[in-house]
Write a protein that binds this ligand. Structure first.
Ligand SMILES: NC(=O)c1ccc[n+]([C@@H]2O[C@H](COP(=O)([O-])OP(=O)(O)OC[C@H]3O[C@@H](n4cnc5c(N)ncnc54)[C@H](O)[C@@H]3O)[C@@H](O)[C@H]2O)c1
Length: 443
């Protein structure tokens, strides 16, 4: 930190029109205690997160923007200037793009970096930021493979040594209602935990074509959700929110994971197939032959069982399917004396309902982060979010291989590393893994 020291769309995190006026007004109220912010990843969530950060504290100023694509940093700067006026101080030489933009961003004079790119790169981004002495807000998940989780854990330990804060975009952990509820669960309000369920099962998601000037790797990164090495598959990318709640209930990750799943509808989704064929023609001299690899390699459903250290088993149900009105999202935890929705209430012997202030976790997480920076407290959620990311990855590995996955194996033995080196990224090499079979080898 410099020494002088809601109208939010839930899934995309874009701040609505009313907030622009608030952000601009806050500029006039701001004091001298400035925190300089840089944003890495100028897509939907990055644009939402940076506005939430501005909204969280009048001393925030945005001084740098980075993304894979030049047009995104420029458009983001234009939009931010419109919404937050003089609080946006991003000079041309503080706009960075390309596969090494995180390294350039880490060298600038920001105090705090916000990370909202595709998840694959978070380990190296976080390591660069923490090594350079920056506080970090990072979106979830924080990796797509085991090696990435370990790198995040290492960066988090380094942050702890340096007294730097890392706050993760698992926003449920910042909602007052859930914080209060979890205290009760941990104090035994529902007895010993014996089981639970969690869900993120919904409709399909965006599928993006290739625009002019993109090479094949750029297109993969633009369409990142559909490739396991880039997103971690849906169980990691989205369902992590619900899995993280279970891990919070148990105060740590499961000891053992068993999962199964598959690809039921991806190749029969007409619009997605049409786009995949167009992309194929674009990169394949006008031919549609081999279009299947452009249809992504993630699965569309995974069911998992998490067995925690005390023997409790929790079931998880995640996936995408065409609209059927059967979507479900949430969690439930079951104890010997009662149950909880992991949100606002407890049923059973110690029935209770939260009646305090309801806050938006996506705003509160920034308030908590900034309070920790100003108070010099070093709030560090890095290891915890890496554990929840690894829990989801462990379930994916179990589903892809047909084997039971032990936490100890993930932490000590697995050699899984899916993300290309910086040199390969800079060389623009696209990367297609074969679609998992359900009997893949364990690595
Ligand atoms: N906490 C939440 O509820 C929540 C909600 C939505 C998204 N997210 C997370 O936020 C992240 C971004 O999601 P999004 O919806 O904004 O996606 P998006 O595609 O809109 O934005 C991602 C941005 O990252 C950029 N990018 C990709 N690879 C890059 C690289 N190597 N270097 C620099 N920039 C790169 C892309 O160009 C794009 O602008 C994901 O991890 C996602 O899981 C969290």
């Amino acid at each position: 930190m410099s020494s002088n020291r809601n109208a939010i769309s839930r899934t995309r995190g874009i701040v609505g029109a009313g907030t622009a006026a608030v952000l601009a007004q806050m500029a006039h109220a701001q004091g001298s205690d400035k925190i300089k912010v840089g944003l890495l990843g100028c897509g939907g969530r990055g644009n939402g997160a940076v506005r939430q950060c501005l909204q969280a504290d009048p001393g925030i100023e945005v001084i740098a923007l980075a993304d894979l694509f030049e047009r995104k940093v420029r458009n983001t700067r234009d939009g931010l200037v419109k919404d937050a006026g003089e609080r946006i101080k991003v000079a041309d030489d503080h706009l960075f793009w390309g596969y090494d933009c995180h390294e350039k961003l880490a060298k600038c004079e920001a105090d705090l970096l916000l990370m909202a790119t595709a998840p694959a790169f978070r380990g190296r981004q976080l390591m660069a930021a923490i090594s350079a002495g920056k506080h970090v807000f990072t979106e979830k998940p924080v990796a797509t493979d085991v090696a990435g989780c370990r790198e995040v854990m290492e960066a988090s330990r380094l942050a702890a040594e340096k007294g730097l804060s890392i706050v993760a975009g698992t926003q449920r952990r910042h909602e007052f209602s859930r914080v209060e509820l979890m205290k009760r669960i941990h104090d035994g309000a529902i007895g010993e935990l014996v089981g639970g369920q969690c869900y993120w099962y919904g409709e399909g998601i965006w599928f993006r074509g290739a625009s002019d000037g993109m090479n094949e790797l750029d297109w993969q990164c633009e369409n990142w959700y559909h490739f396991t090495w880039l997103s971690g598959d849906q169980i990691c990318e989205q369902h992590i929110h619900n899995i993280d709640m279970l891990n919070w209930c148990f105060n740590g990750p499961p000891a053992k994971i068993t999962a199964l799943g598959g690809r039921q509808w991806r190749s029969s989704n007409e619009e997605q197939v049409r786009i995949a064929k167009e992309v194929c023609k674009r990169f394949n001299n006008g031919s549609e032959e081999g279009w299947e690899k452009y249809n992504g390699d993630i699965w569309d459903h995974i069911y998992a069982e998490f067995e925690y250290a005390n023997g409790a088993r929790c079931l998880s149900f995640s996936g995408h399917s065409p609209p059927r009105g059967s979507g479900r999202q949430g969690e439930k935890i079951v104890g010997t004396k009662g149950t909880s929705d992991c949100r606002i209430g407890i049923s059973g012997a110690n029935a209770w309902k939260y009646d305090g202030e309801m806050v938006d976790g996506m705003l509160q997480e920034h308030k908590d982060l900034i309070a920790s920076i100003r108070g010099g407290k070093g709030l560090n959620e890095g290891v915890r979010v890496a554990e929840s990311t690894l829990t989801a990855i462990g379930a994916r590995i179990s589903a892809y291989t047909g084997q039971v996955v032990a936490w100890d194996w993930l932490m000590k033995e697995s050699k899984q590393s899916l993300v290309p080196s910086q040199a390969d990224l800079l060389a623009g090499k696209p990367l297609y893994h074969p679609i998992a079979t359900g009997r893949d080898p364990m690595v």
